[in-house]
Design a protein around this ligand. Structure first.
Ligand code: PEP
Ligand code: MG
Length: 397
C-alpha cells in the first residue's frame, strides 16, 4: 500500500504498529512522505477530520494543535524547506568533511527509472538496488532477457557511476509471488536471501547471467544479501564464476551485505573473499537485538544506534579496511542525522540513502570534522543504550 501512495496527495503517514526499519517506513522515506510508525493503538481512536501535526523528524504526533503550535510547525516546515533548497543547490559537490575526508553518498533504488532521478539529486551511484522490488507484482519469474534490459537501463542511467545490484532478497518480510516459499515458523530465520537463491539455482542463475551481461553497459557490482558465513559466499562466487566463464564476460566485483551478526563477527575472514561490504543495518539491528522488524509493539526497541549494533559495525569496518575493502551502510540508519556523524567516525566509506535524503546528507557531512566524528564514535561505542547515544551532545548538533 505504501508503495502506491501519491506523495503529491499524501502529506503524512502515521501507523499504530510497525517499526522504523519495516518496509513501510523505508518506502515512506523514499517517497519523501513525513511518517511516524509504531505510534500505538490510541491513534486509531482519533476521529476522522482531526487536525494533527506529524513531526517525522522527532516521531511526535500532536492532535488538535493550538494556534501557537501550528505556527511553530509551519515555521519548522519553512526552515526545513530553506535548508533542503540550500542542500539541493550544493547537491553535486562531493561530501568532504571540514578536515578533508571524503565520504561517498549514493542512493538506494527500486527501479531503473530512478537512476536519472538519483543522479539529478546528487547521488554518486547506487549503493543498493533492491532487485526483489523490480518483480514484486509478478506471478511468473522474470526471464534473463527481461532482467538484462532492466539492469542495462540502470547501468546506463547511472552513466558509469557504481551500481550495486543486490541479488534477490526474497523471503522474510519480502515474499515474492513467483517464489514457492516454504511454510516456516520464523521466516526471518529461514530460507531467505542468498540461502533461498542457492537452494533455487533456476532463480539465481538467470539473474547472475543478466547482471554479468549488463555489466558491459556500466559499473555493475553484484551484492549478495543475508550472507551468514563463508560457505554460502563461496558457493555463490563459484556459481557466478561458472556463469561468467560460460558468457566469456569480464569479472565483476562481488560484495556482501553484512546484516547477519555472524557476518560482522567473521568479517576478517569474509573480507578475504568479498570485494566490498555494505552493512544492512535494518536486518543487523533486528538480528542483534532480537526484535522482529515488523513487530507491532517493540518498534521503539529496534534502534540501530544501540551500542551492540555500533560495535558490530566497528568490527566490520576494521576488518574490511585491514584488507583494503570499502564498507558502506545501506540500511535506514545511514539517513538518520544522528547516526551519520557516528558512521563517518567509525570509518564507513559510503552511505546509501533514499533519493530525497541524498542532498541533505551530503550537506551534513560537509559540516562535520572527521576528528570530532571519530571521538564521538568512540564515546558512542562505550555508551550503554541507544538512548544514551542519542543524548550525546555532539550527536544532537
Ligand atoms: C537492511 O537490512 O538494512 C537492508 C538494507 O536490506 P532490506 O531493508 O531490504 O532488508
Ligand atoms: Mg536486509
Amino acid at each position: 500500500e505504501t508503495a502506491g501512495l501519491d506523495p503529491m496527495r499524501v502529506v503524512g503517514l502515521v501507523t499504530a504498529a510497525g517499526g522504523p526499519t519495516a518496509h513501510t517506513a523505508i518506502l515512506a522515506r523514499a517517497l519523501g512522505i513525513p511518517a511516524i510508525v509504531a505510534a500505538g493503538p490510541s491513534v486509531m481512536a482519533l476521529p476522522d477530520g482531526t487536525p494533527v501535526i506529524v513531526d517525522g523528524d522527532r516521531g511526535l504526533l500532536r492532535p488538535d494543535p493550538d494556534a501557537a503550535q501550528l505556527a511553530t510547525a509551519e515555521k519548522a516546515i519553512a526552515s526545513g524547506r530553506d535548508r533542503a533548497a540550500a542542500a539541493k543547490a550544493a547537491a553535486f559537490r562531493p561530501a568532504v568533511t571540514r578536515d578533508g575526508h571524503r565520504v561517498e553518498v549514493a542512493a538506494n533504488c527500486r527501479k531503473p527509472e530512478e537512476a536519472v532521478e538519483a543522479v539529478a539529486a546528487g547521488a554518486e551511484g547506487t549503493g543498493l538496488v533492491r532487485s526483489e522490488f523490480l518483480f514484486d507484482d509478478r506471478a511468473e519469474p522474470p526471464t534473463e532477457d527481461e532482467q538484462f534490459e532492466i539492469y542495462r537501463k540502470l547501468a546506463e542511467g547511472f552513466g558509469g557511476l557504481p551500481v550495486v545490484l543486490r541479488t534477490l532478497d526474497a523471503g522474510g518480510d519480502k515474499p515474492l509471488r513467483f517464489v514457492r516459499h516454504p511454510a516456516e515458523a520464523n521466516p526471518f530465520l529461514g530460507l531467505r536471501g542468498l540461502r533461498l537463491c542457492l537452494a533455487n539455482p533456476e532463480l539465481f542463475r538467470p539473474q547472475i547471467r543478466a547482471a554479468l551481461r549488463a555489466a558491459k553497459h556500466g559499473d555493475i557490482r553484484i551484492m549478495l544479501p543475508m550472507v551468514d558465513g563463508l560457505a554460502d559466499l563461496r558457493a555463490a562466487k563459484a556459481l557466478i564464476e561458472e556463469e561468467r566463464r560460460a558468457l566469456v564476460a569480464p569479472p565483476v566485483e562481488v560484495g556482501i551485505m553484512v546484516e547477519v551478526p555472524a557476518a560482522a563477527v567473521m568479517a576478517d575472514q569474509l573480507a578475504a573473499e568479498a570485494d566490498f561490504f555494505s552493512i544492512g543495518t535494518n536486518d543487523l539491528t533486528q538480528y542483534t537485538l532480537a526484535v522482529d522488524r515488523l513487530h507491532p509493539t517493540l518498534g521503539a526497541r529496534s534502534d540501530a544506534l544501540d551500542p551492540a549494533v555500533l560495535r558490530l559495525i566497528d568490527m566490520t569496518v576494521k576488518a574490511a579496511h585491514a584488507r583494503g575493502r570499502w564498507v558502506g551502510v545501506c540500511g535506514n540508519m545511514a539517513a538518520d542525522p544522528v547516526a551519520a556523524p557516528i558512521l563517518v567516525g567509525l570509518g564507513v566509506d559510503e552511505l546509501s540513502v533514499s533519493i530525497p535524503n541524498v542532498a541533505a546528507l551530503k550537506a551534513q557531512i560537509r559540516g562535520l570534522s572527521r576528528n570530532e566524528a571519530e571521538r564521538l564514535a568512540r564515546t558512542a561505542l562505550n555508551c550503554a543504550t541507544a538512548a544514551e547515544v542519542r543524548a550525546l551532545p555532539v550527536a544532537r548538533e
